[in-house]
Design a protein around this ligand. Structure first.
Ligand code: 5GP
Length: 112
């Protein structure tokens, strides 16, 4: 399957990139669901959360701490939400794992 986010990593399609290092890339979502809505993705191709392995533990932690730091830097001190959708029923549409970070509006629960 075509990996859209790999194409963003490789700069084959444009994105508003916020942060990059050797392991992760963060960029604004093309269809934001909140005033702040960005995605943190690993550079390593991992299709779904179910495909994470023990060897990805450090990478998973790095994604989480990158999300936390960038949320703070983008003005979400009052709160924010992180979401990882897994597979079709979980609402996943792009099959390269990504952590959504949404902020600067009131969130509600359950998410629906
Ligand atoms: P999912 O539904 O898989 O959890 O989330 C995929 C997210 O990727 C969606 O929020 C969608 O708006 C975003 N997205 C899809 N295509 C693109 C794109 O080409 N560029 C960017 N920046 N975001 C995209």
């Amino acid at each position: 399957m075509d990996d859209l986010f790999l194409r963003i990593i490789n700069r084959e399609i444009p994105a508003k990139i916020i942060y990059e290092d050797d392991q992760v890339l963060a960029f604004h979502d093309i269809a934001p669901q909140a005033p702040v809505h960005f995605l943190v993705i690993p550079k390593k191709h991992i299709r779904t959360l179910n495909d994470l392995t023990e060897e990805d533990k450090g990478l998973a932690g790095h994604i989480l701490f990158t999300a936390q730091r960038l949320a703070r830097e983008l003005g979400c001190e009052e709160g924010f939400r992180v979401v990882m959708n897994c597979n079709e029923q979980g609402g996943q549409t792009v099959y390269h794992i990504h952590m959504h970070v949404l902020g600067q509006r009131q969130m509600h629960w359950p998410p629906g």
